[in-house]
Design a protein around this ligand. Structure first.
Ligand code: ADP
Ligand code: ZN
Length: 292
């Protein structure tokens, strides 16, 4: 292996893409943010940025769903997305053709979960779930210190949830009625409240509904996967007060059926803030280099 080398990371999001370079110890060297327009324009701007560096490997966290099934003919393609220019786009193939270095692709939230486990809020743990409650709701899963994907990657935001008894809101997910994202994402909150979520008063009863849905999802994840930590991030979680409401509701809904870690250590905020997916990308890149 090379004595010193540089790693690249890309976090591809619905509105912007971040590209960054680090040294082999994951120290950040340089970073840019470019708008997510169409693939050739956005990836072109990223290529201009990376052209100043000689990268040994790259790790990419991309909005999904994406096809990560190695045996699929469309492995590395973006599946369904409202951003039509990216729908069906072979992002892994495009990057591989451009850079000819080992490139590891995963979902943005899986990569963020890996970053938080190796360098952030879940350091020292074997497993964690990272959930973002923002424009959508997504979740990444790390088990045995590795990103967990099955036939498809997990889609934690689209699980069905039991309704809060008085909730008559229709939900906004075009695929499902009564899914978590449809009932509890930022845009769902905005539509329910008829105002932007950051302007909803702290005492508004809507937050109890929000906390109930998030807690219900966390109970489900706990029963199925029993992670060591659950990290809750995303724009909506900037409402400081709902974290405590979620914890209380988790305890109520779980009703002591299984043991979970102490709730204040179990459900936590991200430690890497907006950097989780980029740091996770560097980690993936370094892993790809070892294998490749
Ligand atoms: P994205 O999910 O697009 O990557 P964010 O995680 O920032 O981006 O989530 C954006 C969503 O979070 C929007 O629906 C926005 O209304 C909501 N949001 C942003 N800031 C706050 C806040 N302080 N309180 C409540 N909701 C917020
Ligand atoms: Zn859904």
């Amino acid at each position: 292996m090379l004595d010193t080398f540089m790693l690249g990371a890309i976090e591809a999001g619905g509105t912007k893409c971040i590209a960054a370079v680090a040294d082999q110890d994951l120290n950040l060297i340089d970073k840019i943010s470019v708008p997510t327009t169409d693939p050739s324009q956005t990836l072109g701007a990223i290529a201009d940025f990376f052209s100043s560096y000689s990268l040994a490997a790259m790790g990419v966290g991309c909005f999904g769903p994406i096809d990560l099934n190695l045996s699929s003919p469309t492995y590395g393609y973006i599946e369904s997305t409202p951003k039509l220019a990216w729908k069906g786009f072979n992002i892994l193939g495009a990057l591989q053709a451009q850079y000819r270095i080992p490139i590891a692709l995963n979902t943005d939230v899986n990569v963020a979960a890996l970053g938080e486990l190796k360098r952030g809020a879940a350091v020292g743990e074997q497993s964690c779930i990272y959930i973002t409650v923002g424009t959508g709701i997504g979740g990444g899963v790390v088990v045995d210190r590795q990103i967990f994907n099955g036939y498809h990657h997990p889609e934690l935001g689209h699980i069905a949830v039991k309704r809060f008894p008085s909730d008559r809101f229709a939900g906004i997910c075009p695929y499902h009625t009564d899914c978590l994202e449809g009932l509890a994402s930022g845009p769902a909150l905005a539509e329910r409240a008829h105002q932007p979520p950051n302007q909803i008063g702290k005492d508004d009863p809507l937050w109890e509904i929000e906390a109930y849905y998030l807690a219900q999802a966390i109970v489900t994840y706990s029963l199925i996967l029993s992670p060591a930590k659950i990290i809750l991030g995303g724009g909506v979680m900037q409402q400081e007060h709902i974290l405590e409401m979620v914890k209380t509701s988790v305890n109520q809904q779980l009703n002591h059926y299984i043991q979970i870690p102490d709730i204040d250590h179990y459900i936590v905020r991200p430690q890497l803030k907006n950097e989780a997916a980029i740091i996770g990308g560097f980690i993936l890149a370094k892993d790809a280099l070892r294998l490749g």
